[in-house]
Each structure stands twice: as C-alpha cells, then as structure tokens.
Design a protein around this ligand. Structure first.
Ligand code: MSP
Length: 652
C-alpha cells in the first residue's frame, strides 16, 4: 500500500437488471455510489468501486422472445448498445473501477462452483417447489403472483403443481442473521432493521428455492441439467466474483473483501441484509461491513418504473441541464435514506438557486473583481481586522470537518448544505465589504486585496469539497483559481492559496434557466413519439365498377354478441338487418372486443356472401373493420356508423 494511502475501501452499487432502458431512479443510486467513491479517493483511500449488470432470469428470456432476438443479444443491446448502460455511466462521469456482467464466463463458472460447494456441504438440498401451474402458458406461479386466483398472463384457471427444485437452508441461519441486524450496525438506516426483523425474520424464515426448471436463461446447475440457479444467488455473488472469488480473472479478493458498504435501493434490502449474509455464512466467508438501504425517487408519489410509463430519461436531463447539475440535484434535493419526489420544477429551481445564483455568482463575481482591480495577480496582504473576516474564515476553515461528519453517514444532502452555508456566507461577505466601494480609494487597496483573497480561498475550499458531486465543475474552479490545490489535506487549511494567485475568468458556470420556457420544452420532449403506422399495401388490381356494386353493404344493429365456446377467436353476433329476421354472423375478433361492449352498436356488414360454417355455426355475411399495424402489433376496429342510421340502410 502506498504511504499516503489511508487504506482500502470497497463500495458497490446494485447491478442493473437490463430488461429496459435505465431511468433517473437507477441513475440516482449509481451517482450516489460514485459520489461516495470519489469522496473516499479524495480522502486518500485506495478505492474499488464496482457496478455492472444482472443479466439472467425469466423476464429477460420473455422480453427477448417478444423482441425476436436471443437473450444474449437482448442484453447486449441494452448494456453495450447506443444510449445503453455503459454509455450512460460514461456520460454521467461514473468512476467505477470495474464493471461486471453476470453473463461473463468467469462469473458463470464461479456461480456453478459456489452452488456445488453449498450442495456438497448440505446447505443446498433437492426438494419440491409447490405452486400453481397454468397449462396453456406452461408457467409456474406462486399464490401471491396470481390475479384473482387465475394465471396473471392469460387469466385462465391454474392448478396445484409441484416442481423439483433446489432449496437453500435459509432457516438454519435465521438466528445469526437476526443477531447481525439487531445487535450491530450492519444495516442502515436503522428503520430498515425493524422492517426486516418484524416482516421477514420473526414471522419465520423459510428455506429459499434456489433453482428453476421452467426457463433456461440462467446459470445452469452443472450437476443437474435442466435446473438453472435462482437469479438472486447468481446476482449477489457478483460482489465477490468481480474481485476474483472462485475464478482466476481477478486477484483482488484479499485486498478488498469484505466490502465496506453495499448501497442498495430499499426494495432489495431484504436480499442484501438477510439472504446475502446467510449465503456468506454458509460459505464461511467474511460479511460485508455495511448495507445501506436508500430511498426511492418518486414521480407523482409513485415509484418510477418503465411499466408505469412515467420514466424520466436521464439522457435528456443530462443533455439539457449538464451532467454536474443533474448529479448535484440528485444528491442535494433528497435525503439519501428516505424517498424523495422528483419534479422538473424542483430540478430547475435547484439549479437556479444553488448553482446559478449562489455558487456560480460567487465564483464569477470574485474572479471578475480580482481581475478588474488587480489585473493578473493579487498583491500580498496581511490579515488586518480579524473581526471583519472571522465569521467567514472560521466557517470555511471548519467546513471540511463538518462535511466529513455528514459524508461518513452517507448524508449527502447535509454535506452539501454545509458547503452552501459557506457559499451564502461568502456572498454576504461581498455585500458587507462592498469591494467596489473599497476600490475607489487608493489607501483601501490592501484591504480590498485581503477581501478578495478571503473570497478566493473560500471558493477553493468549497470547490474542492464539491469534487465528489460535481467533478468537472470542481476541476474548472481549480483551473480558474490558477491551478489551486484541492487535495484533502489542503481543504481544512484556510490561507493555502498563494497570495499572488492569478485567477482566470470564464463564462457563467451555470447559466440561469427560464423555468417556464424549459418546462414547456420538457413537456414537448416527453410526448410519446408518433410511431409510424403500417398499413396494408394498396392493391394494384382494378375492380370492375359493376362487380363492386354487387357487394350488398348494410347497416346492422347488434342485438346480441357472445364468445364462441372452445374458440379463442370467434364472436357470434345476432344482428338486426332490417328484414325483421335475425341474421347471425361470426367474426374472428374476440381478442379486440369484449362481447357486451358491442351490444347496441350499428355496424356495417356484407350480407350477400354465401353462408359459411364456422365451429359448427352458420355465418351469414361479414362485418367490416379497419386494420393496421402499430409497433409490430395488429390493431383492428369494427366499422361503426351513426346509431341514427336505421338497420338495413344500404351503404353505397
Ligand atoms: N438486479 C437487481 C440488483 C442486484 S444486486 C446484486 C436490481 N436491479 S434493478 O435494475 O431493478 O435496480 C437497480 C437499482 O436501482 C436498485 O437499487 C433499485 O432500488 C434502484 N432503483 C430503481 N428505481 C428506483 C427509483 N425510482 N429510485 C431510486 N432507486 C431506484 O434490483
């Protein structure tokens, strides 16, 4: 280890499940981890920051099938493709040292070894998984996954079923895990401990089903073909395989394990604070020092998720507002341990208030005045009147320690609040000392230089402590201060900036944003893209006019409509065609309509087609409908005409 190093520090962020593109909620978690990793590097630690992707499981297998590609192609596209996971982390200036994909060969082989080891030890055993089975879908469901007791996919009846599966003896470790949670600081914030103990451990921990046979996209159990390892077992061990556990790809296990902290979202605290330690206990491995369960970013009070269609695109936000502004906003506006409500208004007002007004103005005004009144460099000065400067100098000198205390608790919002207290104080100091008035009298020049020096030095300290949050902005501030030192040891020492510092002016760090205009622009951008419609190619063949007129098209009223038994497609219509006698037409449109919604509607039918038998019933004509394809899906709408048109009216 190098002499200056304070030690090693291993931090991880949950590996992303690439079933969809990332949203701002995922970005939040990774940006927070990045800020912590950069903070530890700033302090002088030798940091390992791991992130990656968790690529197995049924959902990905299903999505790939839907998209007509292999699961590997599907995840490759989301991870490596344009505007994919890697692109986003690069854009967001994420400083991970390593990126793991659970489809990497070394990880897959390691998971197989781990599974076998636990099996040989007797902590994994073969049993039967009892659940519900939907025959047509060939899917296993647990009781809680059912919707109204029926298959959540097709809505049909399910039956009791049993599947052979492997189980992990989670129950064996319940006591030790409980002790870990209750009697140590392993899991934070503390409120999450009560949740885990009361909701999961105390009601009784059951053994965990850790293999599946109903799909294939996973790590195969090498001693029992047909079984794949449960995705969470595969995923959790990424934290160790990425360091070289059970593989030769890396050799950092001794150096970095156990992890100093796993940052995880609150919904996966259970996996990290109960299952993960139990797995490690079984493998007789050291436990991570801490799991921190952060809150969610909410939109309109609900969790963001692709399925809700309310996702906020981090690319759009970073491109419009800048990467540093977005990173800053995420950690300044919400307490890390609790949920926070995301809104574009809050984002814009945070940028305008903190970054444009407070930080941006302080930097520009200070440097502009130093240049205007002293040209290239300030003259050397002495502190003359302590009482005038003490409030600012003391606050800036104490800032690093206060900031450190908050950062050590992962209280990013509070750490930033400490910095902004000093920035506000510095802006007030400008008004109190009015450098433009001092500049009017020659005898005040030493005082003027002192005031400006104190301001530049405050900017240096604040800029340095902002590095973990806004790395590019901090480097720019250092450059404008003539390449000022911003290393950790210099950040609690007021007066380190060379007296003759040559400050360099530059454009506004954060231009003010016009709230109304920007909200309107964002609104426009969030409108869903109009997907091009696909319509049937036009026929090149011409029809004889008289032949066309032979089609007898009539308005018909739906008297009754029923699903045809044993058919997924057919609806049977009883129609009033104006003749006084009911007409029956069968139509293959059951997937587009519920029968009841059509009763009473006025439709259009060709009534002079020869009758046809379908599923044993006679169909006396055909109902007209409009068909097109949208995003690869066929859409159909029955042609409906005004109800004022009487049954039997001829259409020509
Ligand atoms: N693949 C698992 C993690 C395995 S770790 C061994 C997973 N992936 S995820 O893609 O669904 O989520 C990744 C992280 O993003 C999780 O920590 C999750 O909590 C976080 N977030 C997802 N939506 C979020 C918000 N709306 N707000 C904050 N964090 C959110 O879980």
């Amino acid at each position: 280890m190098c002499e200056r190093c304070k030690g090693k520090y291993y931090i991880t962020t949950p590996i992303y499940y690439p079933s969809d593109k990332l949203h701002i909620g995922h970005t939040y978690c990774t940006v927070a981890t990045d800020a912590m990793a950069r903070y530890k590097r700033l302090q002088g630690y030798d940091v390992m920051f791991l992130t990656g992707t968790d690529e197995h499981g049924q959902k990905i297998e299903d999505k790939a099938k839907e998209a007509g590609v292999t699961p590997q192609q599907f995840v490759d596209n989301i991870v490596l493709g344009e505007r994919g996971v890697l692109d986003l982390w690069k854009l967001m200036n994420i400083s991970n040292n390593r990126f793991i994909r659970t489809t990497d060969d070394y990880h897959v082989a390691a998971v197989q070894k781990i599974f076998r080891k636990m099996y040989e030890k007797g902590d994994i055993y073969k049993g039967t998984y009892k659940g519900k089975y939907c025959k047509p879908c060939e899917s296993f469901w647990t009781e809680s996954q059912l919707v109204d007791g029926k298959c959540p996919d097709c809505g049909r009846e399910v039956q009791d079923a049993e599947e052979e599966a492997y189980f992990f003896r989670l129950s064996k470790y319940a006591g030790r895990v409980r002790d870990l949670l209750v009697n140590t600081d392993f899991l934070e914030p503390r409120s999450r401990v009560n949740e885990m103990v009361n909701n999961f451990i105390d009601p009784g921990l059951e053994d965990l089903c850790v293999s599946r046979t109903s799909f294939t996209w996973g790590v195969p159990v090498d001693f029992d073909p047909g079984h794949v390892v449960y995705v969470w077992i595969d995923a959790l061990f990424n934290y160790m395989t990425a360091l070289g556990y059970c593989n030769d790809r890396y050799d950092d296990l001794d150096k970095f394990w156990p992890a100093d902290v796993h940052f995880v979202g609150k919904e996966i605290v259970r996996f990290h604070s109960i299952i993960w330690p139990a797995l490690l206990m079984s493998m007789e491995l050291p436990l991570p020092k801490k799991v921190y369960g952060h809150g969610w970013l909410l939109l309109d009070g609900g969790k963001m998720s692709k399925s809700k269609g309310n996702v906020v695109d981090p690319y759009i936000l970073a491109e419009r507002f800048g990467v540093d502004a977005l990173r800053f906003f995420l950690l300044r506006s919400f307490p890390f341990g609790s949920d926070g409500n995301f809104s574009n208004e809050l984002l814009i007002s945070t940028i305008n208030t903190d970054l444009a007004n407070d930080l941006g103005n302080l930097v520009s005004r200070t440097i502009a005045m130093a240049q205007k009144y002293f040209g290239a460099a300030l003259p050397e000065t002495q502190q003359e009147d302590e009482s005038l400067d003490a409030p600012l100098v003391t606050l800036a000198s104490q800032l690093r320690d206060k900031y450190e205390a908050q950062m050590e608790k992962y209280a990013f919002q509070n750490a930033l609040a400490e910095i902004f207290k000093v920035i506000s104080r510095a802006n007030k100091y400008i008004d109190e000392n009015a450098p433009w008035v001092l500049a009017k009298a020659e005898e005040n020049r030493p005082r003027l230089a002192r005031v400006l020096y104190n301001l530049l030095e405050t900017v240096r300290i604040c800029g340095g402590l902002l590095t973990p949050f806004m790395p590019a902005t901090s480097s720019e501030i250092a450059r404008r201060l003539g390449g000022a030192a911003m290393d950790w040891d210099s950040l609690n020492r007021f007066g380190l900036l060379p007296a003759n510092v040559a400050a360099v002016a530059g454009p506004a760090l954060f231009p003010r944003i016009d709230m109304e205009k920007e909200l309107a622009a964002l609104e426009e951008l969030s409108k869903p893209e109009e997907a091009p419609l696909e319509i049937e190619p036009y026929s090149q063949e011409q029809v004889d006019f008289d032949a066309f007129c032979k089609n007898d098209l009539r308005a018909v009223k739906v008297k009754d409509c029923q699903k045809v038994k044993k058919s997924d497609k057919l609806l049977c219509f009883t129609l009033d065609d104006g003749t006084g006698k009911d007409r029956q037409i069968l139509s293959g449109i059951a997937k587009y309509y519920q029968p009841q919604e059509l009763i009473g509607k006025t439709l259009v039918a060709i009534v002079n087609l020869p009758p046809r038998k379908m599923m044993g019933r006679e169909s006396q004509g055909m109902l007209l409908s409009a068909v097109h394809t949208e995003k690869g899906q066929e859409k159909l709408q029955l042609l409906m005409v005004s109800d004022e048109i009487p049954a039997g009216a001829k259409l020509c």
